[in-house]
Design a protein around this ligand. Structure first.
Ligand code: AHR
Length: 497
């Protein structure tokens, strides 16, 4: 099979937003405890952060981290995680059926963000709590001093305000599983009031209203319309969350999961713009795709086997080569639509449906999904270009005929170009022809490819490096056209210099 693409540096989609390569740390399972934070670990630094994990995070390259949840935030008292550690209360976490020790909280999270060099993205609890507690938290975090909450932060040892700019107004408030679930009208009114009041403290904030928890939610669309009707002028983003997994052994549809993500983005954009049009507003609401990943939601995870455990193993999905290719395709969609998806978070960062795994008191290693993210974050910077693509299609049960080639081109800031390309066909390799005609004589083409003869191959504690990208030897350049051999079921990072 053959596919062909062409692009021109003059025809751009948008600048790649800095916030597109976000990730997510929730108080869930072992994401925080024995994930990023393990004071007793041999590699732990003075703040109790695991240096082996910090090193992998730098290699992964997230630009922003969302915290502290997720479902967890809807029952969280942020004050519990502040002040002297010996005074912090242990609490039941109703979202995940565990005991929260609060040994890690806001101050520790801010130290983590500064150490890794990422922007914090903080969520407020609009489940069991509301406006007053959100304002208290913001005053504690961002006000310089001279008031009760800001001076309390200083007493706790953090003299300088944290300057957190990006805030999520609750989490998945449409979900029946959410503590304090609300109707669209209730939530829209709350989001509007919380947003307006937060801006009295700090007018420079960027605020995210909760959209639907997935495109499959019964109220999808209607939820966004009502929430934004109530809050359009006071928020900046509407969130989207999506997780994918193969269903009933239908791997072809699974390979095409990005189709659903595209329809999701199109639907939310259209709905937000329709509300804006009705309100005669010239403002645009963008999407914060603040949870996305492959997640085997039906897999037994051991959760709740031991009730109210501290940091048990929960949601520790082990990702296959096929999962990594689907994951890469989701990244391609986020890049292709970065004119309207201007923030996104891979859920999550460590141990919990994560690209990085750890053992308590043991090693840390890269899952298969680590590699597409690291390459996209490293080489997917600059401007996304419009791509004309011609590709064979394959039939799927869920999405009909789908193009085998899924790709995006980025004009990098140093004058080189990167094409991310996934061959979504499970059995058929693809020869990709790239027209280099408009690239000013560039013709040095290299490609890193992730694939595996066994689609189920995984990196595990016992075999930590089974799956990794390798240099692709199948490249020729002739008469201004590059020919790159894309194996079946593969993620490819093609660099043109
Ligand atoms: O990321 C895991 C969970 O998925 C989050 O806590 C929740 O927001 C979503 O349902």
């Amino acid at each position: 099979h053959r596919a062909r693409i062409e692009f021109d540096p003059r025809f751009t989609v948008a600048d790649v937003p800095e916030r597109l390569f976000g990730s997510f740390v929730e108080h869930l399972g072992r994401c925080v405890y024995t994930g990023i934070y393990e004071p007793g670990h041999a590699s732990a630094n003075a703040d109790g952060l695991r240096q082996d994990v910090l090193d992998l995070i730098s290699e992964l390259g997230p630009t922003m981290v969302r915290y502290p949840g997720g479902n967890f935030v809807s029952g969280y008292r942020w004050e519990d995680g502040t002040g002297p550690k010996e005074d912090r209360p242990r609490r039941l976490d109703l979202a995940w059926g565990t005991t929260e020790t609060n040994q890690f909280g806001l101050s520790e999270f801010m130290k983590f963000c500064r150490t890794v060099g990422v922007e914090p993205n903080m969520a407020v609890n609009l489940g069991t709590r509301g406006l007053q507690e959100a304002l208290d938290l913001l005053e504690y975090a961002n006000h310089p001093g001279g008031t009760y909450w800001s001076d309390l932060r200083r007493t706790h040892g953090d003299e300088e305000p944290y300057g957190i700019k990006l805030w999520c107004l609750g989490n998945e408030m449409d979900g029946p599983w959410q503590i304090g679930q609300k109707t669209a009208h209730e939530y829209g009114r709350t989001a509007d009031q919380v947003a307006r009041s937060m801006r009295y403290i700090d007018p420079e904030l960027d605020l995210v209203a909760c959209g639907s928890s997935s495109r499959g939610m019964p109220e999808f669309g209607a939820w966004e319309a009502e929430v934004l009707t109530q809050s359009y002028e006071s928020v900046d983003y509407i969130s989207a969350h999506a997780y994918y997994q193969p269903q009933n052994g239908d791997f072809k549809s699974f390979m095409a999961s990005a189709q659903d993500m595209e329809l999701f983005i199109d639907g939310v954009t259209a709905t937000a713009d329709a509300v804006g049009a009705k309100l005669k507003s010239d403002k645009k609401i963008n999407i914060s795709f603040d949870e996305w990943n492959v997640w085997y939601q039906n897999a037994p995870t051991g959760e709740r086997e031991e009730p109210w455990a501290v940091a048990p193993r929960q949601l520790e999905d082990v990702y296959s080569a096929m999962d990594a290719v689907v994951f890469g395709s989701l990244l391609i969609t986020l890049l292709r639509r970065c004119d309207r998806v201007t923030a996104a978070c891979l859920a999550q960062l460590v141990n919990v449906i994560a690209p990085i795994m750890t053992e308590p008191d043991g090693p840390a290693w890269r899952q298969t999904t680590f590699f597409p993210f690291a390459e996209a974050s490293k080489f997917g910077r600059g401007k996304v270009l419009r791509v004309n693509a011609d590709s064979p299609v394959f039939a799927t049960e869920k999405y009909g005929d789908v193009a085998a080639l899924h790709s995006v081109a980025v004009a990098n800031e140093d004058g080189t170009f990167t094409v991310f390309a996934v061959n979504r066909e499970l059995e058929t390799p693809l020869t990709l022809e790239i027209d280099l005609g408009s690239l000013g004589g560039l013709g040095d083409v290299t490609c890193s490819t992730l694939t595996d003869a066994d689609p189920d191959a995984k990196n595990t504690l016992q075999d930590q490096t089974r799956v990794a990208p390798v240099a692709n030897g199948g490249i020729t350049v002739k008469d201004g056209v590059a020919f790159v051999e894309l194996p079946a079921m593969s993620w490819n990072t093609i660099r043109i210099a």
